[in-house]
Design a protein around this ligand. Structure first.
Ligand SMILES: Nc1nc2c(c(=O)[nH]1)N[C@@H](CN(C=O)c1ccc(C(=O)N[C@@H](CCC(=O)O)C(=O)O)cc1)CN2
Length: 385
């Protein structure tokens, strides 16, 4: 458990001007909606301000695009007046990318597709999840995956094995699921106990059912131009999906990925490259990481270090995707800890143009992408468009 808190140590550079500058590449609000706002030329990264639905908390601005309501906080508005007449606080700045509500929207789309498939060809997608050991976090993730499957209409198959199981036992279950026509996706929850060879286990999953996208053939195809992986790892795929759904351009942008893990950093860098970004990877041996990140238009932080990315690491107006989920001690929380990202959120909010929160940013997208991969797998196996 870490004690890091970004409100206490390193210096903060605040770029007040960056909050009020027009943001390049983003659509502007129609001028009539800007009437009454004290800042001429201020642009927001979505289509229009609407009246806040009563279910949303007060004090935020709500933007609506063609996918429905999104809860963003580009600036603080007084909820008692209409958005176009609202007063702007100079405190807040970045758009908060609400991964929880975007993931919900995606789950809704998946539910519709699954019921269409069931109606038209009578197939129900199936996902098998193998959990070894009783790590608290892994147990929670597996439980959440099962619940998410139920909510969209995917049939889930769960195998929970004790910590001291052998690699052979795990391989036997994988082999059974590889041969089972009702199973369209297989996932082995990571990390595995240290006595197991992760490589042997991930290699055993059929590439047609590798909904985690961790099989070397899928990763290899992801890395090659002109080749298509059958599946892309869920967390990096979720990061890119967030950028797409928030209309954030990637092509031609300077993107920096912090961390080079097989499950997030490396595939995230490959995906950004496929989107025509110019990509750098910062890792534990990078000299002056701050120098590299402060050139970036887009940062994906996936390093597992609480609050490592400070305000001074961020270029004004950059987009920040925070993959870190780090528990830090917090005596005021009922659990005794709270979750923070790899990025100092409060500082990032003052400098960036858009930021994912932790929790509620990338995390929920990981599970949404798993459901999406499972649906794609079932569609491919049954040749269903
Ligand atoms: N086989 C895999 N193992 C692991 C993966 C993976 O994609 N495949 N990723 C992570 C864990 N993970 C899914 O397995 C995962 C992590 C976090 C979340 C999430 O929704 N987080 C919430 C916070 C949850 C909390 O309160 O504890 C959030 O960020 O809002 C979902 C899935 C490692 N293993």
């Amino acid at each position: 458990m870490a004690f890091a808190d970004c409100s206490t140590s390193a210096p903060t550079r605040t770029f007040l001007f960056s909050r009020l500058r027009p943001r390049r590449g983003l659509p502007s609000i129609p001028p009539h909606l800007l009437r009454g706002l004290p800042v001429a030329g201020f642009r927001l990264p979505s289509l229009r301000i609407t009246n806040s639905p009563s279910s949303f908390p007060k004090g935020n601005a709500f933007l609506r695009n063609k996918q429905g309501f999104r809860h963003f906080r580009p600036f603080t508005v007084l909820a008692s007046v209409s958005a176009s007449e609202a007063a702007i606080s100079t405190e807040a700045s970045a758009m908060v990318i609400d991964g929880k509500s975007i993931a919900k929207e995606i789950r809704h789309e998946i539910t519709t597709e699954i019921s269409r498939m069931k109606d038209e060809i009578g197939v129900i997608p199936g996902l098998a999840v193998i959990l070894v050991g009783d790590r608290k976090d892994s147990t929670t993730y597996v439980r959440n995956k099962k619940k998410a499957c139920e909510s969209v209409g995917i049939k889930s198959y769960e195998v929970c094995l004790p910590e001291d199981s052998t690699e052979e036992e795990v391989l036997k279950f994988i082999s059974g699921f590889n041969d089972d026509p009702e199973v369209h996706g297989i996932l082995v929850q990571l990390p595995l106990p240290s006595h197991m060879n992760e490589q042997n286990i991930l290699n055993a999953v059929s590439i047609e059912k590798d909904v985690d996208g961790f099989h070397p053939l899928n990763i290899g195809r992801l890395a090659m131009r002109g080749r298509e992986p059958l599946f892309v790892p869920c967390t990096p795929k979720g990061c890119i999906e967030l950028l797409h759904r928030c209309n954030i351009d990637i092509k031609g942008k300077q993107a920096v990925v912090i961390g080079r893990s097989n499950i997030v950093g490396m595939p995230a860098a490959l995906l950004l490259l496929r989107e025509d970004a110019t990509v750098s990877i910062v890792h534990s041996r990078t000299k002056n990481p701050e120098e590299v990140t402060s050139q970036a238009d887009i940062i994906i932080a996936a390093v597992g270090q609480p609050n490592m990315v400070r305000g001074s690491w961020i270029k004004p107006g950059a987009v920040i995707i925070d993959v870190g989920i780090n528990p830090v001690e917090d005596a005021t929380s009922p659990r005794g800890y709270r979750l923070v990202g790899d990025v100092c959120y409060e500082e990032a909010c003052k400098i960036a143009s858009a930021v994912t929160p932790v929790p509620g940013g990338v995390g929920p997208m990981t599970i949404a992408m798993l459901l999406s991969n499972t649906l794609s797998s079932a569609k491919r196996m049954h040749n269903f468009q």
